[in-house]
Design a protein. Structure first.
Length: 189
């Protein structure tokens, strides 16, 4: 039950984060009473600034919570300094780079187009992940997966405005991030 609650909390935080990004990037009416937001322009440097601000909040929070949720965390992090764990360290850092890139592009997309459209387009990344996995790893999608990918793309086409290129870019970066999760990871124990 605790795992379900943690996932629900994480999903809520992810959604709330996107609302905050939209408010920071464009002025919104709050309950029809007054305008709020539009504090910064949706540019790459401002997107980096928001990611840095997010990091300042999330990293200390995770540093405090993680040992409670997974006690051997700090021991395993210290093990990354050993030469035999170098591939795991590169794997983790590569995942962080792709996650940074896709979030930066997603934040810009949220600032430029309606949030719902940006997120709908972003969540097409499993389609691109499956296609890249087929090309890079030879993991051919089944007929069922082809059908699901077609439905995902059709649904995203129904919401696509002209300014969706940045949202699609974030999808591409997320695909590379998800592919890293599919690579065989060295044993961490």
């Amino acid at each position: 039950m605790i795992g379900f609650l943690i996932i629900l909390l994480a999903a809520s935080c992810f959604c709330f984060q996107n609302v905050i990004v939209k408010v920071l990037f464009s002025q919104q009416s709050l309950l029809g009473l007054f305008a709020l937001g539009g504090f910064v322009e949706p540019t790459l440097p401002n997107s980096f600034l928001l990611l840095f601000m997010r990091t300042v909040v999330v990293v200390p929070l995770l540093a405090a919570l993680t040992p409670t949720l997974y006690p051997p965390t700090w021991r395993e992090i210290r093990q990354l300094a050993h030469p035999q764990k170098r591939s795991l360290l590169v794997y983790a850092l590569s995942g962080g780079v792709f996650m940074f890139l896709y979030l930066a592009a997603l934040y810009i997309a949220i600032g430029l187009i309606p949030t719902g459209i940006a997120l709908t387009l972003f969540f097409t990344y499993p389609v691109f992940t499956a296609l890249l996995a087929w090309r890079l790893f030879g993991s051919r999608p089944s007929r069922f997966r082809w059908a699901i990918m077609g439905l995902i793309l059709f649904g995203s086409l129904l919401t696509m405005p002209i300014a969706a290129a940045v949202a699609i870019a974030s999808t591409g970066w997320a695909s590379f991030w998800a592919l890293l999760l599919e690579l065989p990871m060295p044993y961490t124990g």
